[in-house]
Write a protein that binds this ligand. Structure first.
Ligand code: GDP
Length: 444
């Protein structure tokens, strides 16, 4: 997807290279080319207009006249505007204060809802959640069975009406599904609902009834990125009907032009939370507008590559640290090493949220400020190797020196050291209990 658009934009930028300064005429010609490229990619007209006016305004402003390399400036503006129409910052799922959280999937038949239910369930389980899928699509033949098969493959439990119990009432199934989750302590319920080939009143009414019966924390509109302009019309109908809080794009692996992907967030004002990129259960991930923009601009998905490299690197490091933790030998150096690795991977709250068993600490995690971690890093860096290896030697004068060296206060140094000792104690206890994801060593 997006190859054609990427090629056209690349050609546009090529004509700008080598120019020392951009004239009004250059800008106009460039915008005309970008407009054509977007329309060809099937992007909705209002979105194209919005996009171009954003680029035009910024291209004409002072920032361009100062440019050393106008082509790069234009690419950077187009990049930022692309990110904006794709929804800006990635948004995370909202969870209920009192579990279970309810996620309702809505969309047309064939959009990929049932597949998404299983993929999302698997994704959530990997994050340490205990989701259950509810088969409330009783319209499409085999939808229940399909969800059961996919759920089994994804190793996520499925709540479905008893086979042979007749057609059943989807609203009732959804309600009982949420009850089931509450009784069995599943923290998230993903409800698959019926879709039709086109938007129709019955379907919309049913989705609204399920919504009212289950009070979802998130209603996610599932849309097939291959359907082009129609996606925008459908999205509007769903927004006016059942309403939704976010979007899941499917079939981003298709070879279509991708206009839907580029239009839906902007037209509905709702962010794209996830993208599905293939038939396999793992072809599913959080949608990152900035990565999508760099892919379209042909910069490749550099961030994903970096993340993958880091994931491999972390595994070894974590293993070493885990061994020291279980032996009660964690040092401040380990602490720093872990923190630096984690810090490179993005906002700390996202990372912690992904650790197994962290679901219950969601609220606390949401309040973590990354800048605090930077201060902690500065404090540890101001210590000598002896101090890091054996923080017990940190007396008053050492602490005062460290505070000066790191631009912090003695109180902050004290609090870090205290927290470190507590963490070490706690980790040792946890290790003894064998928490998931942490290997037990044989050393007693
Ligand atoms: P539903 O009617 O909305 O529940 O749609 P389904 O989940 O049954 O999906 C319809 C078809 O699209 C199935 O054949 C899926 O295998 C396929 N599908 C779903 N998601 C993707 C995707 O991301 N990429 C590709 N290539 N196919 C997909």
């Amino acid at each position: 997807m997006f190859e054609a658009l990427a090629d056209r934009l690349e050609a546009v930028f090529k004509t700008l290279r080598g120019k020392g300064r951009l004239s009004e005429a250059d800008i106009d010609a460039t915008l005309r080319e970008i407009r054509l490229a977007l329309l060809e990619a099937d992007v909705a007209l209002p979105v194209v207009r919005d996009f171009l006016s954003g680029v035009r305004e910024r291209a004409r402003s002072a920032e361009l006249s100062r440019a050393l390399n106008p082509a790069q400036q234009v690419i950077s503006i187009v990049n930022e505007e692309l990110i904006r129409i794709l929804g800006g910052q990635a948004r995370r799922l909202r969870f209920a204060k009192n579990p279970p959280s309810v996620i309702l999937l809505a969309g047309l038949q064939g959009s990929g809802k049932t597949t998404v239910a299983a993929k999302l369930g698997r994704w959530l389980a990997k994050q340490g959640h205990t989701p259950v899928l509810v088969a409330a699509d009783l319209q499409r033949p085999n939808a229940v069975e399909q969800l059961q098969v996919l759920g089994a493959r994804a190793e996520v439990p499925v709540f479905a009406p008893e086979p042979g119990s007749g057609v059943g009432d989807p609203v009732d199934v959804a309600r009982r599904g949420v009850e089931f989750a509450r009784r069995r302590l599943h923290d998230i319920v993903v409800i698959d609902t019926a879709g039709r080939l086109g938007v129709d009143e019955d379907m919309m009414r049913q989705a609204m009834e399920i919504r009212d019966a289950t009070e979802p924390d998130e209603i996610l509109f599932v849309v097939d990125a291959m359907v082009g302009q129609d996606a925008v019309t459908t999205a509007r109908a769903f927004l006016d009907g059942v309403g939704f809080d976010g979007v899941i794009l499917t079939k981003l692996d298709g070879d279509a032009r991708g206009g839907a992907a580029l239009s839906v967030a902007s037209v509905t004002g709702k962010q794209i939370l996830f993208a599905s990129t293939g038939e396999k259960l793992d072809d599913f991930d959080v949608f990152h507008p900035e990565r999508m923009a760099s892919r379209i601009l042909g910069m490749g998905d550099v961030l994903t590559l970096i993340e993958q490299a880091q994931a491999a690197f972390d595994a070894e490091q974590a293993e070493r640290a885990a061994q020291r933790i279980t032996a009660g030998e964690l040092t401040l150096d380990d602490f720093l090493e872990q923190m630096t690795a984690v810090r490179k991977m993005g906002p700390i709250a996202n990372i912690l949220g992904m650790l197994p068993g962290m679901g219950q600490f969601k609220d606390a995690i949401a309040h973590i400020d990354d800048r605090d971690l930077d201060r902690v890093t500065a404090i540890i860096r101001s210590m000598t190797p002896e101090e890091r290896a054996d923080p017990k030697i940190l007396n008053g004068s050492r602490r005062a020196r460290i505070a000066r060296g790191s631009g912090t206060t003695v109180a902050e140094v004290n609090s870090l050291v205290e927290r470190f000792f507590e963490a070490r104690k706690m980790m040792k206890q946890f290790a003894g209990m064998g928490i998931p994801g942490m290997r037990r060593t044989t050393k007693a």
